[in-house]
Ligand binder design. Structure first.
Ligand SMILES: Cc1ncc(COP(=O)(O)O)c(C=O)c1O
Length: 388
């Protein structure tokens, strides 16, 4: 792959050189004292990000712990549900995108699921959420920023409803943690899931959850799969190891990615992500590309992935458009499932520089022109540059 390849797909995201270099180091045993030290650094780095993703830098919770998992975020989503809810428990799962749908599927396999659905990209109706979550609800599962649609869902409001009804609240923070604000106690969150390969800018393959004391006390592995036994993970995490063989190389690289975040400062990082997302939104608006999410008073645009409608005739078959981007050594994503040709999903997650964000915008403009959609790329770049 050529060196100037720029991957703006919403995960995995480009890795900094020090993260890539870390993966080339001589391996050590996952049961060695050296690795235990690395694991402690891993936990400290995760704690920093999970607890301090606040605008003023304060800690958003003073209890609980970070738990690394040796699988991707889907393992985190599933293990949180199956260690907190059993087959007879009602789980309300909210679906307005690909990853909300995943929560519904997970809950359907393991519990009594009560889905709340909206079309992908639409906002949830708060009245129907209030009606559906009742004192019979054991757990509520929801995605904060759905990478498939670019919407930001109302976590705080739904968290309040879950708490009023005594239900656990499990949140997919995959596209948010490491790139945007996340308030654990104030939003009533019991478990939040993060993935290595999104705004945390670590290599794909592993993930982490943060569980509050309330969740930790309630984890019950009776119905959990052998590999997703969270009490076992909690026990071994405290001993700086994993229940089974650790993904040593990925853990080491994740530690370096977390050190990069600490060096930038999570508050600076959140502000950079917000500015870069604003620049993408303004540039695409200037090109005449409408935002895909349909907002209401309770939702917003994601600050880590921008999703816009593709114009006709690209929306009939978007492969030439994405090929034209790739010819310029830049990639972004189309939609999932029925949205395949209809939308463009552009990430600003991770360690992107201003120049890289501008290059993404320029590439989209040029690829549109290649497909005979005449947009003024220079004007869009000017607007973005002023914001950045
Ligand atoms: C919001 C969100 N949740 C969950 C996942 C699942 O992550 P993975 O495929 O790494 O398990 C993704 C992946 O793109 C995501 O964007």
């Amino acid at each position: 792959m050529v060196e100037d390849f720029l991957m703006l797909n919403p995960g995995p995201v480009p890795l900094s050189k020090n993260v890539r270099d870390e993966m080339a180091r001589t391996l050590v045993s996952h049961r060695s004292p050296e690795f235990a030290e690395t694991y402690q650094q891993f936990r400290d780095g995760l704690d920093y990000v999970f607890r301090h993703s606040t605008i003023d830098g304060s800690s958003s919770t003073d209890n609980g712990m970070s738990i690394p998992l040796m699988g991707t975020a889907t393992m985190g989503m599933e293990s949180a549900i199956i260690n907190l809810a059993g087959p007879k428990d009602e789980v309300v799962a909210l679906d307005n995108g690909k990853f909300g749908e995943r929560f519904v599927d997970i809950a359907d396999r393991n519990c009594l699921v009560k889905p709340i659905r909206a079309n992908w990209g639409d906002s949830f109706d708060m009245d129907s959420i209030k009606e559906t979550i009742t004192s019979n609800t054991h757990l509520v599962a929801m995605v904060h920023q759905d990478t498939s649609t670019g919407i930001m869902n109302p976590i705080k409001e739904v968290g309040e409803i879950a708490k009023e009804n005594g239900a656990f609240f499990v949140v997919d923070g995959v596209s948010c943690i490491g790139g945007d604000e996340f308030k654990i106690d104030e939003w009533g969150v019991d478990v939040v899931v993060a993935d290595a390969q999104k705004a945390l800018a670590a290599p794909p393959g592993i993930s982490a959850i943060f569980a509050t004391e309330h969740a930790l006390e309630s984890f019950d592995n009776t119905h959990a799969g052998y590999y997703q036994d969270l009490p076992a993970y909690v026990k071994t995490t405290k001993q700086n190891k994993t229940p089974f063989t650790s993904a040593v190389t990925l853990v080491r690289a994740f530690v370096v990615a977390l050190e990069n975040i600490k060096e930038e400062g999570i508050q600076n990082r959140i502000s950079r992500h917000r500015t870069q997302a604003l620049a993408n939104r303004a540039a695409f608006a200037d090109m005449g590309l409408p935002m895909f999410p349909n907002l209401n008073d309770h939702s917003d645009y994601s600050n880590t992935v921008t999703v816009v409608d593709l114009p006709t005739p690209i929306s009939d078959n978007s492969s030439d458009f994405f090929k034209a981007m790739k010819q310029r050594n830049v990639t972004a994503s189309g939609g999932h499932a029925h949205l395949k040709n209809l939308i463009l999903r552009m990430s600003n997650m991770g360690d992107l520089s201003t120049a890289q964000v501008l290059r993404g915008i320029q590439t989209v403009g040029e690829a549109l022109c290649d497909c005979e959609i005449n947009v003024d790329t220079d004007s869009a770049l000017d607007i973005a540059e002023k914001i950045l």
